[in-house]
Design a protein. Structure first.
Length: 245
């Protein structure tokens, strides 16, 4: 396997941090770009990963997905240092509880969720396209959730949630990924759900360890070209399986 350049946004904690850790445990033929909103947070994450025994090359990267200048600077930095990007993992996101009674902040709170979880991913993916196209085997992996599955919601398989804006954003992200796969077919485009993991994202509730949740992204990131078709994936009971849209 040739050395893969893999960039993970929001990699300073939670699932993003665990994705970097899990990928490095599986393969030594990778260079992992550890992106966070500030360089300090990215460097702190690299230091923590080193303390966890990660041996793979790690590069801290300042990348605030909600700030256009930050994204552009990150693209320039990666381009100058590596010349291409093999795998972009869009992990950065937010999941606040939006209140239906807080009318003064209703519009702004929803807009913030959708901007971070959908618009920012569209922008980051678009701006990194030249570097992704420079790779012979490139893919974009978007971190979604079963909460974004219309099938699971309408069937009642997903219980009610107080994070409606988050669920809507993940459904939109799923469609964004499909649309991008049609407009840029030379890349692989996949979404995946890590499952309900114990992270700060949800108050450390959930049955899965973050490293378990990261496995689906390890499989997709390191897979041979076209090993997995474009779609919605999860890793459960030791195997890859499709999630219904």
């Amino acid at each position: 396997m040739e050395n893969k350049i893999i960039l993970v946004t929001g990699a300073n904690r939670g699932i993003g941090f665990s994705i970097v850790q899990a990928v490095s445990l599986r393969s030594s033929d990778v260079t992992l770009l550890v992106a966070a909103r500030t360089y300090t947070k990215a460097q702190d994450a690299v230091d923590q990963l080193r303390s966890h025994g990660v041996k793979a090359p790690l590069q801290p990267l300042e990348l605030d997905v909600t700030q256009d200048d930050s994204v552009s600077k990150a693209v320039t930095s990666v381009g100058e240092k590596y010349g291409c990007l093999d795998v972009l993992i869009n992990n950065a996101g937010i999941a606040p509880t939006t209140s239906s009674t807080d009318i003064p902040n209703f519009r702004s709170s929803w807009a913030t969720v959708l901007d971070t979880n959908v618009t920012s991913i569209a922008l980051v993916s678009t701006l990194f396209l030249p570097l992704l196209r420079a790779s012979r085997d490139s893919k974009v992996l978007n971190v979604s959730s079963a909460r974004g599955s219309l099938t699971l919601v309408t069937s009642g398989a997903n219980p009610p949630t107080d994070k409606i804006a988050y669920s809507v954003s993940k459904a939109a992200l799923n469609l964004l990924t499909v649309e991008m796969s049609h407009s840029v077919p030379e890349l692989e485009w996949q979404v995946a759900s890590p499952g309900w993991c114990k992270t700060a994202f949800n108050g450390f509730h959930g049955p899965k360890d973050p490293l378990q949740g990261a496995q689906v992204f390890v499989e997709l990131a390191l897979a041979a070209k076209e090993q997995y078709e474009n779609g919605f994936w999860q890793f459960e009971d030791g195997k890859m399986e499709k999630v219904p849209w």
